[in-house]
Design a binder for this molecule. Structure first.
Ligand code: 3PG
Length: 388
């Protein structure tokens, strides 16, 4: 893949696709992680004297109409604060953009353009015509084959990978393609069904696979233990049993919790009780791994060469059921392993337990991170590779 860092951008019209799809509430950005992650790329282009156009989507608006709710205006404001300059937000830009070298403009939500979602060729050509160089830097949207992430790469005079995209790909390759061993993956979350592909793909790569949350409950059931009223997927118990058998056959370990934290109901104020896994009662809800299990997993993590973390192991939004996730988060941060964390709730847990500094790489990708870990080729990355 051609890298932006290998190009001379001075005086060039540069269109940079970022993923600035951030949470917005009451017109304000509530988490600016993705905006922050885009700053080094934007500054590098500006410092080289490029005329910079930044493009992103926000949410999933209806194509063909502008709506205040899906406008990038709050993002433009936050971006301006972080760059220390005003960031104009342009609504009409498909037929040309006025921007001088050393200046930067933000183009309104690209998902408002007709044809964006279905990767329309005419729209992709319009994007391409805006610039001399197209920079794909939106790792978080690299799994979408849309006009601004995939189509434009085919038609731009020059198309390259931006520093953020390349850093993400380099970190993921280091963790999954050529890992220092042992490689441990931690996969948490509510449902086995949404992580089946991830689990099967990781199985062929990892030495140990720690499962957490509702996913662990299905594995606890597969191991023959009671799960009471816990969230689990009865129809996937057999699949989980098969995954356990496959893991054993490959010499990979999927540990089952020996103790768990249970409660009579799903609430922040429910009393938390630690039980051995075989003692879970018919009215119990398993909401976290127990302290013994957390210590055992932490020890494994401390001995790891590489850790890939996706998803909390308990209901960490409730403090009484967050200790398992907290223990593992600190173990990851303190271990000498190369560690990578990504996907939705994971970043919320990283924030809550203040472990960001101890993690080698924090991905800006949710779905894109998952699809990469599932071994899928991301369409935008494939398009860049095809351009050479
Ligand atoms: C994300 O937040 O995962 C990306 O920005 C992609 O958003 P999408 O799921 O709406 O395509």
């Amino acid at each position: 893949i051609l890298r932006m860092t290998d190009l001379d951008l001075s005086g060039k019209r540069v269109l940079i696709r970022q993923d600035l799809n951030v949470p917005v509430k009451d017109g304000r950005v509530t988490s600016d992680q993705r905006i922050l992650a885009s700053i080094p790329t934007l500054k590098a282009a500006l410092e080289q004297g490029a005329a910079v156009m930044v493009m992103s989507h926000l949410g999933r608006p209806k194509e063909g109409q502008w709506s205040a709710e899906d406008s990038l205006a709050p993002v433009a404001r936050r971006l301006g604060e972080l760059l220390g300059r005003e960031v104009p937000l342009l609504r009409d830009y498909l037929d040309g953009v006025e921007v001088a070298p050393g200046q930067l403009v933000l183009l309104e939500n690209c998902r408002m353009n007709v044809g964006e979602g279905k990767d329309d060729e005419a729209l992709a050509r319009k994007y391409a015509a805006l610039c001399d160089v197209f920079v794909m830097d939106a790792f978080g949207t690299a799994h979408r084959a849309q006009a601004s992430t995939h189509g434009v790469i085919r038609f731009a005079a020059i198309a390259c990978g931006g520093p953020l995209l390349m850093a993400e790909l380099d970190a993921l390759a280091k963790a999954l393609e050529n890992p220092a061993r042992p490689l441990i993956a931690i996969v948490g979350g509510a449902k086995v069904s949404t992580k089946l592909e991830l689990l099967s793909s990781l199985l062929s790569k990892v030495d140990q696979l720690i499962v957490g949350g509702g996913i662990a409950n299905t594995f606890i059931a597969a191991a023959g233990h009671p799960v009471g009223k816990s969230l689990y997927e009865a129809d996937l118990v057999e699949t989980a049993r098969q995954i356990l058998a496959d893991a054993r056959a490959r010499g990979a370990d999927i540990p089952i919790p020996s103790d768990v934290v249970v409660a009579p109901e799903f609430s922040a104020s429910a009393p938390a009780t630690v039980k051995q896994v075989e003692e879970v009662g018919p009215d119990d809800l398993i909401l976290d791994i127990g302290p013994q299990t957390a210590q055992r997993y932490a020890q494994m993590i401390r001995a790891a060469g590489t850790v890939v973390w996706n998803g909390p192991v308990g209901v960490f939004e409730f403090d009484a059921f967050g200790k398992g996730t907290e223990t593992l988060a600190h173990a990851i941060a303190e271990s000498g392993a190369f560690s990578i964390a990504g996907g939705g709730d994971t970043l919320a847990a990283v924030d809550k337990y203040g472990v960001a500094d101890g993690i080698s790489y924090i991905s800006t990708g949710g779905g894109a991170f998952l699809e990469f870990c599932e071994g899928k080729k991301l369409p935008a990355v494939a398009a860049l590779e095809a351009r050479g």
